[in-house]
Design a protein around this ligand. Structure first.
Ligand SMILES: Nc1ncnc2c1ncn2[C@@H]1O[C@H](COP(=O)(O)OP(=O)(O)O)[C@@H](O)[C@H]1O
Ligand SMILES: [Mg+2]
Length: 458
């Protein structure tokens, strides 16, 4: 029950929830209600995997009934692992990331287990471990929740899908076990014991038949083929400018990247964390009868990968600003196009859309054993603030560069009861910001961050 009452304060958990969810028409707008100081329930810190399930293994089945395409990929990955084609660690990066393969050894996904994230206890890259040990105060990004990168990856994909940006390769939370993953010595010893038992006492061994290396929870992102680091292509395009129409395509894709990154407040968007595919379709018709050559447009496509360091609980405010590196590109100086505005503005200004997005994010984030409702509300407050700035920038035909120069805003919500029973609530604005909106069940409190990052470019 508790898990189905995600964002509501204890004040609203009964009838209003039913109305809010009932027909989806949104009679209770703004289902996100921030109740300052409300501690998370004790359940929230319990591992969800163990809660209320007679069969914990069920949680490890990767079922995506709503998404047959993704289902197909995970089945291929599972089949490959069963046949001994294991995921292969990606050498670069600060954490354990793996190329997941099909039975033919072809890359089909990128898997990032939670326990091998930069600050996870089984991160195979020892430098992060050393950093944690030697310099705990400089450890991690204080605006981010530690070890929830896999959720951030999946949540970025969710935002991308809901806004129909289509630039994030589909990413979802899955469970995988593989010999090539980094396991604790205890887990390895257990498996060794099992193998010995199988060999020596087959009957006993059978009892352990299903006990192998424990599946790890992590994010699986679909592998996209034919893409290269944006850095590579951007340099090429400087030397060999693109045809105008292709350049326009790139600009539109770039704007979608900006929309995504800004909303999720990605803190790790270097130009190595987005990829570009550039294809000149060769005319392979080759028929001797045809004397003319069909001129086809080159295709340019962008993929936003590595979204694990997003959804902060506050705006970066000290020491490091985590800038969006795309802000230095020439594309960032061009005002947002009408196409991008028409794609996202109607959704971002629709309270029902935002409410559903927040609910979907809740369903995703609550899966983490360390889920904390208070922290989640902070993440939402930052995201709403970003959306508020973005909608303003889109309305006023600003450029991505102008967008990142806007003062960061957090937007908390809280229910403010009225004296009468009219279901209308006051709304408070704690800082000057041009944009406010009323809602009949919640009060939005915007606050503009005044503390500038210690190292800031703007
Ligand atoms: N979805 C993907 N499709 C194809 N290649 C990918 C994908 N995701 C990552 N890669 C490749 O793997 C490299 C490392 O992935 P990344 O997500 O950046 O991991 P890390 O967190 O280790 O930086 C990338 O630079 C890119 O070359
Ligand atoms: Mg990376």
């Amino acid at each position: 029950m508790e898990e189905t009452t995600p964002l509501l304060s204890p004040l609203r958990e009964t009838g209003e929830l039913a109305r809010a969810r009932g027909d989806g028409t949104g009679s209770v707008p703004g289902s996100a209600v921030r109740v300052p100081g409300t501690p998370g329930s004790s359940h929230e810190r319990e591992p969800l995997l163990d809660r209320g399930s007679s069969s914990p293994r069920e949680f490890h089945r990767n079922e995506f009934v709503d998404d047959p395409e993704f289902c197909e990929i995970i089945r291929k990955a599972e089949r490959a692992i069963e046949e001994g084609i294991f995921p292969e660690r990606i050498s670069q990066g600060s954490s354990g990331s793996y190329f997941v393969k099909d039975v033919h050894g072809k890359n089909i996904g990128v898997y990032k287990p939670k326990s091998e994230e930069p600050y996870g206890q089984l991160n195979p890259k020892w430098t992060k471990w050393l950093q944690k040990l030697c310099c705990p105060c400089c450890f991690g990004r204080d605006c981010l929740l530690l070890n929830q990168g896999y959720l951030s990856e999946a949540a970025a994909s969710l935002v991308d899908q809901r806004l129909q940006l289509n630039i994030v390769p589909k990413t979802r939370v899955v469970y995988l076990a593989s010999e090539t993953f980094n396991y604790s010595a205890i887990d390895r010893v257990k498996v060794k014991g099992k193998r010995l038992a199988m060999e020596k006492v087959p009957k006993v061994g059978q009892r352990f038949h299903r006990i192998g290396l424990p599946p790890k929870v992590g994010s699986l992102q679909v592998f996209v083929e034919g893409y290269k680091d944006a850095d590579y292509w951007l340099r090429r395009f400087e030397a060999e400018p693109l045809p105008e129409s292709t350049n326009q395509q790139l600009q539109l894709q770039f704007e979608r990247l900006v929309v995504l990154d800004y909303i999720i407040r990605n803190t790790d968007r270097g130009n190595d964390n987005w990829l570009i595919k550039y294809d000149w379709p060769a005319d392979k018709g080759g028929s001797k009868d045809i004397e003319w050559v069909m001129v086809k447009e080159p295709i340019i496509k962008l993929a936003a990968i590595d979204n694990g360091l997003a959804f902060p609980i506050k705006h970066p405010d000290s020491w490091r600003a985590y800038p969006f590196y795309w802000a230095w590109l020439a594309q960032a100086k061009v005002p947002f196009s009408a196409e991008t505005r028409d794609l996202v503005l109607p959704r971002l200004t629709d309270p029902t859309f935002i409410r559903h997005l927040e609910d979907d994010l809740y369903q995703l984030f609550k899966k983490d054993p360390g889920f904390d409702r208070g922290q989640f509300h902070k993440q939402l407050a930052v995201m709403r603030g970003q959306i508020l700035n973005l909608t303003q920038a889109l309305r006023e035909d600003r450029s991505p560069l102008q967008l990142v120069q806007m003062p960061p805003v957090v937007m908390e919500t809280k229910r403010v009861p009225q004296r009468d029973d009219s279901q209308s609530y006051t709304h408070s604005l704690t800082h000057t910001h041009a944009h406010t909106h009323t809602d009949d069940s919640v009060s939005y409190t915007h606050s503009t961050q005044s503390r500038k990052p210690f190292f800031s470019w703007w």
